[in-house]
Design a protein. Structure first.
Length: 292
């Protein structure tokens, strides 16, 4: 049980965490701050937070657990703003989708206090944003990746693991760089492709006609293109190198099937489609495969 959660960022992710902590009986009081006072006020009205704070620093005053639910580009500035109140007894986590840049920001901002910070990435979310959409079950049954460093305090890492586990999450740990490489492939690239596909169609003269004929396949493939553009702008830039690498590999795969189509090579096309189809059929979300 924590006495006070200092919540910085009272949107979907932060608000859902606060509600989940309350529902699980893990926190007595939630003090929240958002850059927009309207958001903070709305969070209090909805019962997501108990007290509104006028600044990030005051949101963590007296807190024994802190969650940063801000854009990854705001991590360093936010941590600098609260540094003076950070103690070794305080557990600080984030929910950012990239981790190497977050770790670097934490080390720069917190310096000798960085041991209290446990970088976290819950694999969840929705296409809508805002505290109005926060729900206590958002994290239940989901995977959470922790990316501790050599300077992370063991006691805080253990507390972070316990918190997410009690919220119903499956918790694993990996290096920040390995995390970013993996999620460039399975998360960031799919978002990039979904956004780009929509733009490629809407840029055509017959876009309205094409879109009026689109069915479930287009709907499912482009669902994530409705995600918050500002959030994904930051992710694309913060994980740029890994994402560009994955985009290059995708381009090579696309060129292979295009070449087979130009050559009317039915067997090669079928082989590539069969391989993809079988891989997808045997894939399970969150499952790990052992590679030889």
């Amino acid at each position: 049980m924590f006495e006070q959660l200092g919540l910085i960022g009272c949107g979907l992710m932060g608000g859902s965490f606060a509600l989940a902590m309350k529902q699980a009986g893990l926190v007595q009081r939630v003090v929240g701050y958002s850059k927009s006072p309207t958001t903070t006020e709305r969070a209090r009205q909805l019962g997501v937070i108990d007290v509104e704070a006028p600044s990030a620093l005051l949101a963590v005053a007296g807190a024994d657990i802190v969650l940063l639910a801000v854009p990854v580009s705001a991590t360093e500035a936010t941590l600098k703003a609260i540094r003076h109140l950070v103690t070794p007894q305080m557990l600080i986590m984030d929910v950012g989708s990239t981790k190497a840049d977050v770790v670097q920001a934490a080390e720069s901002a917190l310096r000798d206090k960085v041991g209290s910070f446990v970088p976290a990435h819950p694999i969840t979310g929705r296409e809508v944003s805002g505290v109005e959409h926060a729900e206590a079950e958002l994290y239940s049954g989901r995977q959470v990746i922790l990316t501790p460093t050599e300077r992370t305090l063991t006691v805080q890492l253990q507390r972070a693991q316990e918190v997410w586990t009690q919220l119903g999450c499956r918790v694993t740990s990996m290096a920040p760089e390995a995390h970013d490489a993996a999620f460039a492939a399975v998360s960031h690239l799919p978002h990039l492709l979904a956004f780009t596909l929509v733009n490629s169609i809407t840029g055509q003269e017959q876009a309205d006609t094409f879109l009026s004929l689109a069915g479930p396949g287009f709907r499912d493939f482009t669902r994530i293109a409705a995600s918050d553009p500002k959030v994904w702008r930051d992710i694309f830039l913060s994980n740029r190198d890994e994402l560009l690498h994955q985009a290059g590999l995708y381009r090579q795969a696309l060129e292979r099937i295009e070449h087979a189509m130009r050559q009317s090579d039915a067997q090669s096309i079928e082989d590539m489609l069969t391989f993809a189809s079988e891989t997808r059929k045997h894939w399970r979300m969150g499952a790990q495969r052992n590679k030889k």
